[in-house]
Design a protein around this ligand. Structure first.
Ligand SMILES: O=C(O)[C@H](O)[C@@H](O)[C@H](O)[C@H](O)COP(=O)(O)O
Length: 218
């Protein structure tokens, strides 16, 4: 599978590019997966300013931390806060992560199936080359669309995640990767190592990286 890596001078430039891409792909509405974590929040804030048919936009996080509803560390809370919850009539679907990994994975399978195929999937990358809540100890080959996750090396340990199978049901996957701490993980991914992002396959895979994360050599 080929990747197209776009190099940006700063994290801000990379974030603005992601915001523009989301606005373009969702200008008439559509269904998108938004990666969790801190990196993409600036992009989501910029995306929230876009003039698109928000009432036709359906969003879901790539994964969720098993924390109580409304907890500030939940990805759905951080995404809604970044995009803006007041004036925009988009739909942000949430995993029932407060039920715990197994019950929320079961409860969310039908919802995710109803959202397929996605128009665009955006993802982050961890320093250990995880994406969403997909680590090597998770059943990455599962036919399920939503996976329970225990023992996540990144707290909290209990999570629920879209599977590689679900994340591959799209025309376009875009990774936003910034900061020197991600450089080695990105190099491993681009070298074709069997890291979780390598299990996510789509016709178009873009990587938006800033200078700090861009590998000197792949
Ligand atoms: O729940 C999460 O934390 C995310 O889904 C996770 O996969 C994240 O995208 C990476 O860990 C990068 O996180 P940062 O952008 O905060 O470095």
């Amino acid at each position: 599978m080929s990747y197209q890596v776009q190099r940006f001078s700063t994290p801000q430039a990379a974030s603005e590019a992601l915001a523009r891409l989301l606005a373009e792909r969702l200008s008439a509405g559509g269904r998108a997966v938004l990666g969790g974590g801190n990196t993409p929040l600036a992009a989501y804030r910029a995306f929230g300013q876009a003039d698109i048919l928000w009432n036709r936009v359906q969003l879901i996080a790539s994964d969720e931390r098993c924390l109580p509803e409304g907890h500030l560390e939940r990805n759905d809370v951080q995404i809604a806060k970044a995009i803006g919850t007041t004036v925009l009539p988009y739909t942000l679907h949430s995993f029932r992560a407060e039920l715990g990994p197994e019950r929320s994975a079961e409860a969310s399978e039908g919802l995710v199936e109803s959202l397929l195929p996605f128009d665009v999937v955006t993802l982050g990358l961890g320093e250990d080359a995880h994406t969403a809540s997909l680590w090597p100890h998770v059943d990455l080959g599962s036919e399920r669309l939503v996976l329970p996750v225990h023992g996540a090396p990144k707290p909290p340990p209990e999570r629920v995640s879209l599977s590689p199978k679900a994340l591959s049901q799209t025309q376009l996957v875009v990774y936003l990767v910034t900061g020197a701490s991600k450089r080695e993980a990105l190099a491993r991914f681009l070298r074709g190592e069997d890291v979780p992002p390598s299990r996510i396959r789509a016709p178009e895979v873009l990587v938006f990286a800033d200078e700090a994360a861009y590998p000197d050599r792949v």
